[in-house]
Ligand binder design. Structure first.
Ligand code: PLP
Length: 651
């Protein structure tokens, strides 16, 4: 039996309240104090986890509309970003002080997680105060972080990923410039290049080395570590690297040991094992003469997307504090046992830093649903008009009329059989199209009634457990899944979704969401619910002439940059919103989304050529008198406005 949370809540509490919505959508579970509901039934954002400083998300969307910025829009909360960074800093400071740890901690932000300039700059500014740094995983990223850290010579800059001559020469020159930059050796040949350019420019670089541990993570990014991972050196190669450096009198340059066990580490045990092994390698390298002083534990600090606080892909079974405490304690214990000074600790926590701060708000364009009423009288008339009324249709009428509170399963079986028979008769050419249509309408109406009656009872019999999903509505939303939440499509990543208003009303519909791409994959049909496979989302009935908005949460990590131009739907508008001491929100920045002209340009279409071709086509139509000059002119104006317009549907 499946339980039905919506109706049960309503049933238990009588009148639906905003608190019921908060419970239903799990705001407190996945929101971690950043999201709530106000008395008006609007979703609120508390960037500092302070209920005294709430931002009404619905009013932000209204405010944007007044500024002619329409949904879909990505709202970034700079204060959440800042809060996350402070939280990570605080957790490590606490662990360091509690364990009397002698080393320091720094988090370097891997910009690949979200390279938007505004975000990187905010993190850089905060990082300068919190002793955090930046990480680059490619040549363009290296150029980006070097270009934005002028005057911040102390800021740690870690360079991962595969590197060529140019990359390494750049790193060595940046070292000469005075930057605190650490190339991490992923392949032995990179070490040779580092030595070559260090010699050429006469600098003593800080060198990091990534080791392949036997400990590995689990889940989607398990292959990031382990001996078959594509990155890092085997322990034997690490020893060879040390010998290589010793032979060049550069052993003191080998200062940092690095590993990355995988993103979204959902089980803290995997982290503990990896840190343990990594620290043993570290102490040994120090004993053997390396100038080691830093351990970089990589990324992987996860996000509890579904709020279940458990060890599975969309969740994590630890808090930031536990993560920090475990890292510090493990490193300390291994080092103390080996009488080795405590190293400085670096983590490359990207997802945990930025995931929370971005929310996509989309408008619902419309919906499709199976009608609850089959139009019985009309069907009966149609049946009468048939020379030989088909038996399955008569059976379905009977099933529909017979359905009561006590015969749900029996009627379901009868309806299934009659529906199958109707389809066979039609395929064999023994049933008319109107009769087939009637049997479909009857079958779905029976289904609706079954679900309605079972819902009232609070339980759905196993036999038709999949019916609510099959009968659910489809809400069409103005966005592209491939652009705004690609991981939902690519790796079945769950993201919390809920209405941002009308939360004081009971949501009476169950729906899946479809985007506006011409792709059947462009849909969301799995929703967060504390590890329960929830295949439909509770939503409100749409109202004539009124916009209905949904928020998609925790989108800040990886989604923006992995998003693609499927159907040429481009970047959405993005706005930065902050809140002041008095709890007043303001818009700090509006970054308008791609125009049609821009996305066409990405695929080499030239808007000017297109406009010219259109004009030519119009002129020849005018000449043949197919259209008038004013009609042609309005078509051209329309075409030009379209090129300059938003790629999403506009009000
Ligand atoms: N560091 C390295 C080397 C990575 O490959 C990644 C991502 O996969 C990260 C850091 C960031 O990981 P996360 O965003 O899970 O913290």
């Amino acid at each position: 039996m499946a339980t039905l949370s919506t109706s049960k809540n309503a049933f238990l509490h009588g009148r639906w309240s905003a608190e019921d919505s908060a419970r239903l959508y799990g705001l407190a579970d996945w929101g971690k104090g950043y999201f709530g509901v106000n008395a008006e039934g609007h979703l609120t954002v508390m960037p500092l986890k302070d209920p005294g400083r709430q931002i009404d998300l619905h009013s932000v969307i209204q405010g944007l509309r007044e500024r002619d910025i329409h949904t879909p829009v990505l709202v970034r909360f700079s204060d959440i970003l800042s809060h996350r960074l402070h939280e990570i800093r605080g957790a490590f400071d606490k662990a360091i002080s509690e364990h009397e740890y002698k080393g320091t901690y720094s988090c370097v932000y891997p910009i690949k997680v979200n390279q938007q300039k505004h975000i990187c700059e905010e993190i850089r500014n905060l990082g300068a105060k919190l002793d955090f740094g930046l990480e680059a995983g490619s040549k363009p990223e290296l150029l980006a972080i070097l270009g934005m850290t002028d005057g911040l010579d102390q800021m740690p800059l870690v360079c991962n990923g595969f590197k060529d001559d140019e990359f390494i020469e750049m790193v060595i020159l940046a070292t000469k410039l005075g930057r605190n930059i650490i190339p991490v050796v992923e392949k032995f040949s990179e070490l040779e290049l580092i030595c070559k350019y260090a010699d050429k420019y006469q600098v003593r670089p800080k060198i990091g080395i990534r080791v392949k541990l036997s400990a590995r993570g689990a889940g989607r990014w398990e292959a990031s570590a382990g001996i078959r991972s594509k990155f890092g050196l085997f322990v034997s190669e690490v020893l060879e690297a040390l010998e290589y450096l010793k032979a060049r009198n550069m052993a003191d340059c080998l200062q940092m040991l690095h590993c990355h066990v995988g993103s979204q580490l959902f089980d803290i045990r995997h982290l503990k094992n990896a840190v343990n092994e990594l620290t043993h390698v570290y102490t040994e390298l120090r004993r053997l003469g390396a100038g080691m002083n830093t351990i970089d534990i990589g990324g992987g600090m996860g996000v509890d997307y579904d709020g279940s606080q458990s060890a599975w892909d969309s969740s994590i079974n630890y808090t930031v504090e536990e993560y920090a405490a475990d890292v510090v304690y493990r490193i300390k214990t291994v080092c103390d046992d080996a009488s080795c000074p405590h190293p400085n600790i670096i983590s490359e926590s990207g997802r945990a830093m930025v995931a929370y701060h971005s929310v996509l708000v989309v408008d619902v364009l419309g919906m499709s649903r199976f009608e609850a009423s089959p139009g019985l009288e009309k069907i009966k008339e149609q049946v009468k008009a048939e020379a030989e009324p088909p038996q399955p249709v008569l059976d379905l009428i009977d099933a529909y009329e017979r359905l009561g509170d006590r015969n749900l399963v029996e009627v379901y079986h009868d309806a299934m059989q009659a529906r199958d028979e109707a389809m066979s008769l039609f395929s064999l050419g023994y049933m008319s199209l109107p009769m087939r249509a009637a049997s479909e309408r009857l079958f779905w109406a029976i289904g609706q009634k079954l679900v309605e009656k079972a819902t009232k009872k609070g339980e759905i019999p196993e036999e038709f457990e999949s019916l609510p999903e099959l009968l659910s509505d489809i809400y069409f939303c103005n966005f592209s899944l491939f652009q705004s939440m690609p991981d939902s499509w690519a790796i079945d990543q769950l993201f919390p979704i809920c209405p941002i208003h009308r939360l004081q009303e009971e949501p009476t519909r169950r729906a899946i969401l479809a985007d506006i791409t011409c792709d059947s994959d462009g849909k969301v049909d799995h929703f967060v619910d504390k590890r329960i496979e929830k295949k439909t989302l509770e939503l409100h009935e749409l109202r004539e002439g009124e916009q209905y908005y949904l928020g998609v949460f925790l989108l800040g990590a990886y989604q923006e940059i992995l998003g693609d131009l499927h159907n040429l739907l481009g970047d959405t508008h993005a706005v930065h919103v902050s809140v002041d001491e008095a709890g007043e929100w303001s818009i700090d920045e509006i970054i308008e989304g791609d125009t049609v002209k821009q996305v066409l340009g990405y695929v080499e279409f030239d808007a000017e050529d297109m406009r010219r071709a259109m004009r030519k086509s119009i002129e020849s139509a005018v000449k043949c008198k197919r259209i008038t000059v004013p009609e042609g002119q309005s078509l051209l104006n329309f075409y030009e406005a379209g090129l300059e317009g938003y790629t999403y549907l506009e009000e």
